[in-house]
Design a protein around this ligand. Structure first.
Ligand code: ARG
Length: 562
């Protein structure tokens, strides 16, 4: 369905073409800050330049000429023409559409026939699943869901950090101090313990570093003992990661990590050489880029390949394998230079599809204003964070709704939803202050507040006798109803915006606003008594549908009761 902005633009276009095109008019239309100024406003400044008349005079003349049954009036206010939508018509159209389409409401088709691959999460084995990886996981997943809602086909790739010199150190550490049972019990924590112990003891015992190097060489050479330890560490860690993913409700289409590209880098180096792009610099091999970007290091002096070498191989493989139209990398701000170099090198190689690769960066998670560090002792394990928050959610639920069945399951949905929403409500590039209290509040801009609003709407629907309400014309559209309906009409546009800006926070804001308007409406209206029963129930149901779908797109479940 067309948006009301588009429909206002169409009415204006009839009078304004050829001076302004429909597209130009759409981009000029605003939503007035105050309701008294109508629902949509068109500023006449641009026309004033064209027509060499004052914008005020133009607004005055045009306002009386416009005529469209979708609007009850057009009023000139200074240089603006304010349009007032016909509330009954909009209520009828919007609610009918939502009740018919249900969770398909807000879908777009502009992505149809196109594939987006997303590189998300990508934690490193032997290091804990960091808060940064949590951000990559939930932001990446939400962008993938938004892309699907816009018609794209998506492929979620988890580029696990499962290769590198850290495995030599880990094997060395395990051989000295390791214990099979301990690793099996808590793989992520135990491997991390071994890894940090290696680093602490290496200060006193420099030969440890040699052992680490030795084992990494063995690993690269295919030594069976080294390989089987590596395989085992990898398996155990992936199982532990999977427990986190299943709690977060995120799935992947591929777990091809860094190791998968071991045999795919040499062909890239050869290709770079053949294309005459490799230069020598202090014995290392580099690709020189534009002056503003430092050269990309492809091979070290000792022949070792680098992060960018591997990502070149993975980009080429992904293009061949998935034929993507877009390729997104959801990774922290600090990797901006890396992805810049990656894209530039591919362009120099003659791959113009490198233009369709995008780094989607995000801010850090802070604790009391400081970066949550992975340095020894200060590490926060995500499993622990999730377990703690679910525990607190259980307590909250017991206090609020002791009768509730299935408390454990609901607490999991609420706790996980709280963590995800807390992350996604911030503009992606901003840093996020980590706070359990802020996540779990039932009031204000939190996941539980949205889930609670949804559950409240469902409880009203359960009490009503109308199982399939239909919105019939003739109801009085009160101001509170109108605010809510207006927000519901914005939802499809906000989905497209959130996708275009690769920013789930735009969707989070949209559902938060809807929930606020619904609670305001609920506070002023006795939904289950008095006139216009069916319309009020229809509005309640439409609201529940939209909040649930909005939460789903963010990766958050909406319990029916809580
Ligand atoms: N494993 C990397 C890290 O933790 C993130 C990988 C991002 N993806 C990529 N293709 N480089 O920093």
């Amino acid at each position: 369905m067309k948006t009301y902005t588009e429909r206002y633009a169409e009415t204006l276009t009839q009078k304004l073409e050829p001076s302004l095109s429909k597209e130009a008019i759409i981009s000029l239309i605003e939503v007035p800050k105050h309701r008294g100024h109508g629902d949509l406003a068109f500023p006449c400044f641009q026309l004033a330049k064209e027509w060499k008349r004052s914008p005020q005079a133009i607004a005055k003349t045009l306002a009386v000429q416009l005529n469209d049954p979708l609007f009850t009036s057009f009023q000139a206010a200074g240089p603006y023409i304010n349009a007032f939508l016909n509330r009954e018509v909009v209520a009828q159209e919007t609610l009918t559409e939502i009740l018919q389409k249900e969770e398909d409401y807000g879908a777009h088709d502009f992505g149809e026939g196109q594939v987006i691959v997303l590189d998300l999460s990508s934690p490193n084995i032997a290091k804990p699943f960091s808060m940064g990886h949590l951000r990559s996981t939930v932001i990446g997943n939400a962008i993938a869901q938004l892309a699907e809602k816009c018609g794209f086909e998506t492929v979620r790739l988890n580029y696990i950090g499962d290769w590198g010199t850290q495995f030599g150190k880990l094997i060395a550490a395990y051989k000295r101090w390791g214990n099979e049972e301990a690793v099996k019990r808590a793989p992520i924590a135990e491997l991390f313990k071994l890894y940090t112990r290696f680093h602490t003891e290496a200060v006193q015992l420099p030969e440890l570093e040699d052992e680490g190097r030795y084992w990494f060489k063995e690993l690269e050479a295919g030594n069976e003992e080294a390989l089987s330890l590596w395989r085992w560490f990898r398996e155990e860690s992936i199982q532990a990661f999977n427990a986190i993913y299943s709690l977060l409700g995120v799935r992947f289409d591929s777990l091809n990590g860094e190791a998968f590209y071991n045999d795919k880098m040499e062909p890239v180096v050869t290709e770079l050489q053949e294309k005459d792009l490799l230069e020598e610099s202090d014995g290392a091999r580099v690709v020189r880029l534009e002056a503003s970007i430092p050269p990309a290091l492809i091979k070290k002096k000792d022949g070792a390949t680098l992060y960018v070498t591997r990502d070149l191989a993975s980009a080429l493989y992904r293009k061949q394998h998935y034929h993507f139209d877009y390729s997104f990398y959801v990774a922290g701000n600090e990797q901006t230079l890396h992805f810049n170099q990656l894209i530039q090198v591919l362009k120099k190689m003659g791959y113009c599809w490198a233009e369709t690769m995008e780094h989607i960066p995000f801010g850090m998670i802070l604790k009391e204003g400081k970066k949550m560090s992975t340095r020894q002792g200060k590490v926060v394990f995500l499993e622990q964070v999730l377990a703690d928050i679910i525990q607190q959610a259980v307590q909250n639920i017991r206090e609020k709704n002791p009768e509730l069945l299935d408390q454990e399951r609901v607490a999991e949905q609420v706790g996980v939803g709280a963590v995800i929403y807390h992350d996604l409500k911030h503009h992606r590039q901003n840093d996020v202050e980590f706070s359990y209290d802020d996540m779990l509040r039932f009031e204000g801009n939190t996941g539980p507040y949205l889930q609670y609003t949804h559950a409240r709407a469902l409880s009203i629907l359960r009490k009503s006798k109308l199982s399939k309400p239909v919105y019939k014309e003739g109801a009085t559209v009160t101001d509170q109803m109108w605010e809510l309906i207006t927000q519901l009409t914005y939802f499809p546009g906000h989905i497209a915006d959130a996708f275009e800006w690769r920013d789930p926070s735009l969707l989070a804001k949209s559902i938060y606003k809807i929930a606020q308007c619904f609670n305001h409406y609920y506070a002023h209206t006795r939904i289950l008594v008095g006139g216009d029963q069916e319309q009020k129930i229809a509005l309640t149901k439409a609201t529940a549908i939209v909040i649930k779908e909005g939460l789903r797109l963010l990766g958050i479940q909406a319990p029916e009761e809580m």
